[in-house]
Design a binder for this molecule. Structure first.
Ligand code: VY7
Length: 180
């Protein structure tokens, strides 16, 4: 039997558009979910920084303004990418930062978007994301910022092997989640 035409206004109203596709989240976290402590990342794994650069290299990076502040000044803006910075502060600006005041505006682009932190911005962005690039760092460290739970509907499409950092042997692995 053919399906009845949808009467759902979200499906039939031509003025309603899908949330922007091609929004990714990229984070590094411990098993307990820690991503930050005291305004920084509580480990030093250069292999993850190289991975981060590879993942975000061709896109727009979206971050909260404290994440911007956490970048070493010589890496601000992150080179070769549009750097979109979210803040509620109408007076804030920084050279190389495209300031926006809400997440919808930040994600409204046809280029691939990578949300790079921090905790509050990730939590707000999960509903709009279709991929998550996750580094698991095998440490038990104190933190004050966590990655959000993804909730239902996500599939682990890549789960890399444990590797050891050349710096101090800290173990890490790269993963990727997708939502259909
Ligand atoms: C942020 C840096 C921090 C300290 C020193 C250098 C995953 C990471 C983030 C964010 C790691 C950072 C950097 C690294 C990137 C370089 C510029 C220098 C580049 C995230 N998985 N890992 N992060 N930089 N969101 N997700 O450490 O950056 O990209 O050009």
């Amino acid at each position: 039997m053919p399906e009845a035409p949808s009467t759902d206004p979200l499906r039939t109203d031509p003025t309603w558009t899908e949330p922007a596709r091609g929004v990714g989240l990229v984070w590094a976290r411990t098993a307990a979910g820690v991503i930050g402590a005291d305004g920084g990342i509580p480990w030093h794994v250069p292999e993850d920084l190289a991975h981060f650069r590879r993942v975000t290299g061709d896109g727009v990076v979206v971050m909260g303004h404290r994440t911007w502040d956490s970048l070493p000044p010589r890496f601000r803006p992150l080179p070769g990418r549009r750097n979109v910075v979210l803040t509620r502060d109408a007076t804030w600006s920084a050279p190389g930062a495209e300031v926006v005041h809400d997440l919808a505006t930040a994600l409204d682009t046809d280029e691939p978007v990578w949300v790079i932190g921090g905790g509050a911005v990730y939590a707000d962005a999960v509903p709009f994301a279709d991929r998550v690039s996750e580094t698991i760092v095998d440490l038990e460290v104190r933190g004050d910022t966590r990655a959000p739970d993804l909730g239902d509907g996500w599939t682990l499409v890549e789960d890399g092997p444990w590797q050891e950092s050349r710096v101090d042997g800290t173990r890490y692995r790269f993963r990727e989640w997708r939502r259909a």
